[in-house]
Design a protein around this ligand. Structure first.
Ligand code: URA
Length: 433
């Protein structure tokens, strides 16, 4: 059968700065997924998109074309509204773990499809897999049943959801085109829209530990994704949040589960609690529930009850001890003063090198590995005091992890200090609707 368009015409149109027609977009995305557009042709088109951009209509159409290559889930038959959250990824970002049961405890169902970590950012599934017995591979029917009975599910996205994205993401990864904002936005949003959530809150991270290193590009990504969600009929809100320093006091797998349990028990680090509650409020309002305060559900134990039900429903033993690394090493402060900077990327790379993350997608991760922080920016420290503890099952990994921490932090003499509070960072930097 003759193809409707010619790949080279589509590439040349974008190369020369023209907008692609709806027909061209529908065809090229579908034809690439079924193998009728060659990898080298899609590489050239992805680079032309990176260099020349796409307008709002093109990005919406591209996203819809990616969704059309696979299945779409539909949770509109549930007895309660649905709302989900997506984070662009960061160091120590365990917020999905307390957030999903918290929002469910407020009467809104959370269908959370998550991924594994690659590189220095952790993956929600890797963290939850440190709980003995827990499994992530649920069918659509199991997901629907759990959403009705428990209200929250965190599981792996099946291969039938936006298959165009899987192919295109792998290609972008090896052709220097990951950074194209139209391609990042359509990649994330095609999966979230296909997932069938009624409302969506995006946590767009900005800073050294994030995909977006500067505020302008993070704002552009947030704006683009909110527009895409809105065009697809999903109530979408984005918060821009700081990822210059790690979130909370842990970066790893089991240690992040433990910190999430602290939050669900009504404690936990202030920044994790603040972000969890802010995202929960946005998710509830976006789903039409502004009559419940999620802080009450953390305080009265209801969110913890949903966590236990959610983990048990997926085979996890909620009472089993979490894995603990066999080896540890302490990093001490080099001076006395105020910790004025603690860099997210370097801590993320250290956790990754200790075994918490993977270099290739088929690599295993260590459940107990990671970094525990003993101080955050704005805290006073004394020379020789423990700043962080490195954890791994494999002591050969300490040297490389310590190497990545060479420029991880600054300590300023108290006498030169302008004011300790100025080093405490705001977590929420902007909001888009
Ligand atoms: N996450 C995605 O799912 N896709 C991208 O392109 C970038 C981050």
């Amino acid at each position: 059968m003759a193809e409707a368009f010619d790949s080279v015409d589509v590439i040349v149109a974008k190369r020369d700065g023209h907008a692609l027609s709806d027909g061209q977009i529908d065809w090229v995305v579908d034809a690439y997924t079924r193998g009728a557009v060659a990898e080298e042709q899609m590489s050239a088109l992805a680079m032309a998109i990176l260099l020349n951009g796409m307008d709002r209509r093109e990005i919406s159409r591209w996203t819809a074309a990616m969704i059309a290559t696979g299945d779409r889930m539909d949770f509109s038959g549930l007895s309660r509204p649905t709302s989900d959250k997506h984070s662009t990824g960061g160091v120590g970002d365990k917020v999905t773990l307390p957030l999903a049961p918290l929002v469910a405890s407020c009467g809104v169902a959370v269908p959370q499809l998550s991924g594994r970590g690659l590189g220095h950012t952790g993956g929600t599934l890797d963290k939850l897999e440190s709980i003995p017995g827990w499994r992530c591979d649920l069918s659509y029917a199991e997901m629907t049943a759990q959403l009705e009975s428990v209200g929250a599910v965190i599981c792996a996205a099946g291969s039938s959801l936006a298959p165009a994205d899987k192919k295109l993401y792998a290609l972008r990864d090896v052709t220097g085109t990951v950074e194209a904002i139209p391609l990042i936005a359509s990649s994330i949003m095609s999966k979230k829209i296909a997932e069938g959530t009624g409302a969506l809150v995006l946590d767009v991270k900005v800073g050294s530990g994030a995909f977006m290193k500067d505020l302008d590009s993070a704002r552009e990504l947030a704006r683009t994704m909110v527009d895409l969600g809105t065009d697809a009929g999903v109530t979408t809100v984005a918060l821009l949040t700081d990822m210059g320093t790690p979130l909370g006091l842990t970066a790893g797998n089991a240690i992040e589960v433990r910190e999430s349990l602290d939050v669900l028990a009504g404690g936990g680090p202030a920044d994790v609690v603040e972000l969890t509650l802010a995202l929960a409020r946005e998710m509830l309002v976006a789903a039409g529930r502004d009559d419940v305060d999620p802080a009450d559900k953390l305080a009265d134990g209801s969110a913890m009850d949903v966590w236990r039900a959610m983990i048990s429903a997926q085979g996890g033993d909620v009472d089993a001890p979490l894995p603990v690394a066999t080896e540890s090493q302490v990093v001490v402060a080099s001076a006395t003063g105020v910790l004025t900077r603690l860099d997210a990327l370097t801590v993320g790379v250290a956790a990754w090198r200790l075994g918490a993350g993977r270099a290739r997608k088929e690599d295993p991760v260590q459940a107990g590995a990671g970094v525990v922080l003993h101080a955050k920016p704005g805290d006073e420290v004394a020379a020789g005091q423990p700043l962080m503890t490195l954890l791994t099952d494999d002591p050969d990994r300490f040297a490389r992890a310590e190497e990545s921490l060479t420029d991880a932090y600054d300590i300023t003499d108290r006498s030169e200090d302008a004011g300790v509070a100025s080093y405490r960072r705001d977590i929420i930097l902007d909001r888009f609707t």
